[in-house]
Design a protein. Structure first.
Length: 107
């Protein structure tokens, strides 16, 4: 039985700036969860991985939630043909606010 090639994770240049605004103690958790949850079937809907129901300013198609109280958010899109996941933004949800790179976005 042939093994399925995992998806390649490609980070947008802005993601580094987004991470700089998040407490360093969460960086390894973020990296671990992205690799664990998006390397295989990133376009399969789960409890914490969902397609966005309406267009966002980021132009992404999916949202991944994880971390303490599900506060961490990763926004991404996929390319099935090339088996690639484009990580476009990483942020933190604080009550009804989503903060990405120090900038607040409407939910």
């Amino acid at each position: 039985m042939a093994t399925i090639q995992p998806y390649t994770l490609i980070y947008d240049i802005e993601v580094r700036r987004h991470l700089a605004r998040i407490d360093r103690r969460f960086h390894s958790l973020i990296r671990e969860k992205i690799e664990q949850l998006l390397s295989d079937a990133p376009d399969r809907e789960t409890r914490n991985r969902k397609p966005l129901s309406r267009p966002s300013a980021l132009g992404t198609a999916w949202e991944l939630r994880f971390g303490p109280d599900n506060r961490s958010r990763v926004f991404y899109r996929t390319n099935q043909e090339l088996r690639q996941v484009y990580i476009l933004a990483i942020g933190v949800k604080e009550r009804s606010r989503l903060v990405i790179g120090g900038q607040e976005f409407e939910l």
